[in-house]
Design a protein around this ligand. Structure first.
Ligand code: HEM
Ligand SMILES: *[C@@H]1O[C@H](CO)[C@@H](O)[C@H](O)[C@H]1NC(C)=O
Ligand SMILES: *[C@@H]1O[C@H](CO)[C@@H](O)[C@H](O)[C@H]1NC(C)=O
Length: 372
């Protein structure tokens, strides 16, 4: 289908949704400014505005937004029916435990660096009236809304907060094998997050960088456009890794194709695994897919361990992100010949090469920890 047709379909759907919302009775919020479909959503407007102004620099897709998204995953994925079946506590999923018990959970190895974002978010949690569990997922959705090309992520209120920390060992590590990661995500989601949905979840790494994989350098992006929700992550992880100073060499890291970019071993191996390689490649250039599939899996991720019937859908409070910027391309100096083809069924798509000489990817500035 031509992209134009697809886009016009999407806007027809959006217009219909708008019409439906207009027919729904709305309540006036106590703030005298906003209306909502459910009174429980009213308080979120102030939380949103506070986050945008005082955490996300007026609505930017910078390190704070990336870290808020990473935090949603590390809170939610810590749930294990398999542990419960052994008579042990398996964690509560999206229950805020990573912040409530931050002294314990941010010391777990895969949560390295998250103490920072938890500390940044604590003053916001203190001055609003949300459960910690709701706050973490909401902050992630608002952060992502600042990334051009992103989907509007869902927001719910009513989650129950954790009364005990999650056990260690439930968050995937970049040095885990695809089997380990697939098994862990399937356990956490009672089978829903299969290898294909794991690829969908990893779309998050389009707005991401590593601060702690390489102990000597921080803010190393996973693609050349970490401020955009685009499909460059899927293009660039499929390029042949090359040897240059700072490429590969740390635990959980393999050689990347561009100086300044960091490639996680887990992204590299899942991009090349026979179960997932074609799904990975299918995201290249498919912006609609990168939006819709992540929107779908985030919804389910963000309520792991919670009863959806007890929650109120407040997605309407999440800003609609700016439209996508740019088209999928090979970074300057690289071509189709640099692709390490892994999907056996379909050739890698033909893409233009960005003009100019091969460049390096700029590191992302550190968050301003005193921004709150
Ligand atoms: C499933 C296997 C996954 C593994 C092994 C993994 C691993 C990692 C690692 C090692 C980092 C770098 C952390 C650092 O050094 O600062 C990272 C960053 C990140 N991850 Fe993942 N991740 C996975 C899935 C996900 C999912 C499902 C999401 C979101 C829903 C996510 C969101 C992010 C984000 C947004 C960042 C960037 C944080 C920043 O820029 O500060 N990851 N991930
Ligand atoms: C705080 O949230 C709870 C639960 O949503 C609600 O019952 C209560 O009225 C709120 N309190 C204030 C001061 O807004
Ligand atoms: C993009 O992905 C969607 C969802 O999987 C699919 O229906 C569509 O055909 C894809 N578009 C292109 C141009 O491949």
């Amino acid at each position: 289908m031509a992209l134009k047709t697809l886009l016009s379909l999407v806007s027809v759907v959006a217009a219909l949704q708008g019409a439906n919302a207009a027919l729904t009775r709305r309540v006036a919020c106590p703030d005298g400014k906003n209306t909502a479909t459910n009174a429980a959503c009213c308080q979120l407007f102030a939380v949103r505005d506070d986050l945008q102004e005082n955490l996300f620099h007026g609505g930017q897709c910078t390190a704070e937004a990336h870290e808020a998204l990473r935090l949603t995953f590390h809170d939610a994925i810590a749930i294990s029916p398999a542990l419960e079946a052994q008579g042990k506590f398996g964690g509560g999923g999206a229950d805020g435990s990573i912040a409530i018990f931050s002294d314990i959970e941010t010391n777990f190895h895969p949560n390295i660096g998250l103490d920072e974002v938890v500390e940044m978010q604590k003053p916001f949690i203190a001055r609003h009236n949300l459960s910690v569990a709701d706050f973490i997922q909401f902050a992630g959705a608002i952060g992502v809304s600042n990334c051009a090309g992103a989907p509007q992520l869902s927001a719910f209120v009513g989650r129950k907060d954790a009364t005990q920390p999650a056990p260690d060992g439930l968050v995937p590590e970049p040095f885990h094998t695809p089997d380990q990661i697939f098994d862990r995500l399937a356990d956490a989601s009672q089978g829903e997050f299969d290898p294909i949905l794991t690829v969908w979840l990893l779309t998050a790494h389009t707005v991401a960088a590593a601060n702690d994989v390489d102990p000597t350098r921080s803010g190393l992006p996973f693609d050349s456009t970490p401020e955009l929700w685009d499909t460059q992550f899927f293009v660039e992880t499929q390029l042949r890794g090359t040897s240059f100073p700072g490429s590969g060499g740390n635990q959980g890291e393999v050689e990347s194709a561009l100086a300044g970019e960091l490639r996680l071993q887990s992204d590299h191996t899942i991009a090349r695994d026979s179960r997932t390689a074609c799904e990975w490649q299918s995201f290249v250039g498919n912006q609609t897919k990168a939006q819709q599939m992540f929107q779908f899996v985030f919804h389910d991720l963000s309520i792991l361990g919670q009863d959806i019937n007890q929650l109120v859908d407040c997605t309407e409070v999440v800003p609609i992100p700016a439209p996508p910027v740019g088209q999928a391309h090979f970074p300057a100096g690289l071509t189709h010949a640099d692709i390490e083809q892994a999907c056996a069924d379909t050739p890698f798509p033909t893409l233009p090469t960005a003009p100019g000489p091969k460049t390096s990817v700029a590191s992302i500035p550190k968050p301003n920890v005193n921004s709150s």
